[in-house]
Ligand binder design. Structure first.
Ligand code: FMN
Length: 301
């Protein structure tokens, strides 16, 4: 799709409506065709990474997104053979603080959607890359981690049985949890009746966001009366955080909530609903047996 200059204040980027389309068509790609990015696509990445508005998170934390082009996978960053033939990669570097991780993923998923709309494929990787390799090429500080990397390129027409067909089936990649499993009405004991919420379209679409192991850890309490959405994360991958092979450098759920909120916000805007994100825990009772943590609240303007 061509960029629509008239609807966006910065002609370098696709507008919200175009990104709404990207939300619907994006999927992870694990086998690339080995072709380098075009100059137009390189420019899109460069413009995004230099654009203050695009790079500003919701709470003003700092993080770094490094871009590496023309890389040699075998020598520079191993994905254990899991992701093939990409030539470029984004690295998400931050202090391991929940809000910073959430915001970084929100910003980076904005770039993923820009790339999707431009016809460039991506895959978020939290565990399936060699952290030692990545640290070697990124020059991170002692108090920083590489929370995720995103190989970028063009999908190969030659797909691999194990990684392109079987892995998505195991992950249930196309599958998303039902709305009443992740959305609640007022408290965690009352699943949302999707017919009664005015946020239906946005909530429905936001479930397409990518998440580690497709766990979809977002849980949202809808407070229709006060026109706000309380965002929580349900943790299930804490045991897989560490420094070993295929482990996550941080709880990936914080990143998942970032990709989710980017998607939710686009869906809300598509419905004509503007709002802002604040951190003010509504202190809603959390069931004892669930590892759920409050993240933030979206309030309609
Ligand atoms: C924070 C994060 C970490 C991820 N880590 C990996 C990973 O290590 N390996 C992998 O193959 N996919 C990884 N994924 C991709 C998910 O498996 C994928 O998004 C999910 O299965 C849904 O499929 P889809 O992206 O095609 O919609 C990750 C996604 C996110 C958001």
């Amino acid at each position: 799709m061509t960029k629509d200059v008239s609807k966006h204040d910065n002609a370098a980027f696709y507008n919200d409506e175009q990104l709404f389309h990207a939300l619907q068509v994006r999927k992870s790609t694990r086998t690339y065709n080995g072709v380098g990015l075009t100059s137009e696509h390189l420019q899109l990445i460069k413009d995004y990474l230099q654009d203050e508005k695009q790079m500003t998170g919701v709470f003003g934390h700092t993080f770094r997104i490094e871009f590496m082009n023309d890389i040699n996978i075998d020598e520079q960053i191993s994905t254990y053979g899991y992701i093939k033939e990409f030539k470029a990669i984004l690295m998400a570097i931050s202090k391991p603080e929940p809000s910073a991780l959430f915001e970084m993923a929100y910003v980076l998923h904005g770039l993923v959607l820009q790339l999707t709309e431009a016809g460039v494929q991506t895959v978020w990787l939290g565990g399936a890359f060699d952290h030692k390799d990545a640290i070697g090429v990124s020059g991170i500080q002692d108090d920083e981690i590489i929370a995720a990397v995103i190989p970028i390129g063009y999908e190969s027409s030659k797909k691999r049985l194990l990684f392109d067909y079987i892995a998505p089936v195991i992950l249930g990649a196309k599958h998303r949890k039902d709305m009443h499993t992740v959305y609640f009405d007022g408290d965690f004991n009352t699943p949302l009746d999707e017919n009664t919420t005015k946020y239906y379209e946005a909530l429905d679409l936001a479930r397409r966001a990518p998440s580690a192991k497709n766990k979809q850890p977002w849980r949202v309490i809808i407070d229709e009366e006060n026109e706000c959405l309380h965002l929580y994360a349900l943790f299930s991958l804490r045991d897989e955080v560490g420094t070993g092979r295929k482990q996550y450098a941080c709880e990936p759920e914080y990143l998942d909530l970032g990709t989710y909120f980017k998607s939710l916000e686009l869906g809300l805007r598509h419905q004509g609903l503007e709002g802002r994100l604040i951190i003010k825990d509504p202190l809603i009772e959390i069931p004892d047996d669930l590892d759920i943590v409050y993240i933030a609240t979206w309030i309609e303007d």
